[in-house]
Design a protein around this ligand. Structure first.
Ligand SMILES: [Zn+2]
Length: 319
């Protein structure tokens, strides 16, 4: 559903005292998911009429994360995990009386990053929720949550984003790799595959360094297996974003092939010139087949086939 619709439904439930204690909002944690949560929190803390004006000092405090009764939990910068310590801290806070005498609320951003221990600790809080307290869990990967956590929350599915949450880095890697790519030209396919593979290799090294350093700094004694699992989970996420970026690229090429102008829902608008020249000789049908190849590449990577091989093999097949 849209953010507006979800906002209407949930704020009405609050107004009628029929609200849930936990909401699982499925949507991009930095996109529409965050937007919905902020509007709901403004509704909860706003004292104007109509509530949730978005302009008053209370509403502004929500946006600035400066409401004392409102707690935000986000994955740690580097390990991208939400630890049991984070959840214990949260627990202590929500069981205290609200400063304002009103609602206490907590937002768990990217709730799929709860570690197993953190999930179990949180589950206990969800089972015996403090009065006048509500939890908002935001994630675009609900399957990664414990089923018991999921079932204690009311799920709100937001409409799929169109990829507006791709980082600038990913976008520019995609544009660079695709700049000289000509479907059907083997040399250009190899070159594009090399660029994509090199980016991933570089990322992997960065992630390895970060995670190793972070666990050392935290004084954690991690065995190689746990360390590898952490590294590969973050690596897979980066690769997933790259694939999403490529998928959007080839979708754009398809739209351009149809002869629509660049304003018609094109994601890589700033690369319109390159996109315009990328339509394969086989036209729209070929562009559609190429988009399917991107899906295949993604599936093969998920099966742990070697990156370089999968990209070369896939891009060479494009016509
Ligand atoms: Zn307000």
């Amino acid at each position: 559903m849209t953010v507006d619709k979800a906002y209407e439904l949930i704020s009405n439930a609050f107004a009628g005292g029929r609200n849930a204690h936990g909401y699982l909002i499925v949507g991009p944690p930095r996109g529409s998911g965050a937007q919905l949560v902020e509007r709901l929190l403004q509704w909860m803390y706003c004292r104007q009429s109509p509530r949730g004006c978005g302009k008053c000092a209370d509403c502004r405090r929500v946006n600035e994360h400066a409401v004392p009764d409102l707690h935000w939990i986000e994955p740690q910068m580097k390990s991208r995990q939400i630890s049991i310590n984070d959840m214990r801290e949260l627990e202590n806070e929500v069981y205290q009386t609200a400063y304002s005498g009103g609602w206490k609320a907590a937002v768990i951003v990217a709730a799929d990053r709860l570690t197993m221990q953190a999930s179990n600790a949180f589950l206990k809080t969800l089972e015996e929720p403090p009065g006048q307290c509500v939890f908002f869990l935001v994630t675009d990967n609900p399957d990664a949550l414990l089923p018991t956590v999921r079932s204690r929350c009311q799920t709100v599915m937001l409409d799929q984003s169109t990829g507006a949450d791709l980082s600038d880095e990913i976008q520019s890697v995609v544009i660079d790799a695709m700049r000289e790519f000509r479907p059907g030209n083997v040399v250009s396919a190899m070159l594009a595959a090399d660029r994509l593979t090199a980016f991933l290799a570089e990322k992997k090294q960065e992630i390895e360094k970060l995670i190793t350093k972070e666990s050392k700094d935290a004084g954690e004694e991690l065995d190689d297996k746990t360390l590898d699992a952490r590294i590969s989970s973050i690596y897979r996420e980066t690769r997933h974003m790259l694939m999403k970026g490529l998928e959007l690229w080839f979708r754009d090429v398809m739209i351009m092939c149809k002869g629509f102008d660049a304003s018609a829902g094109i994601y890589y608008r700033e690369a319109g010139d390159i996109l315009g020249g990328s339509c394969p000789a086989g036209g729209w049908a070929a562009a559609m087949a190429n988009l399917q190849i991107i899906t295949d590449i993604n599936r093969q990577l998920d099966r742990n086939m070697p990156d370089a091989f999968v990209f070369q093999n896939g891009l060479v097949q494009m016509k």
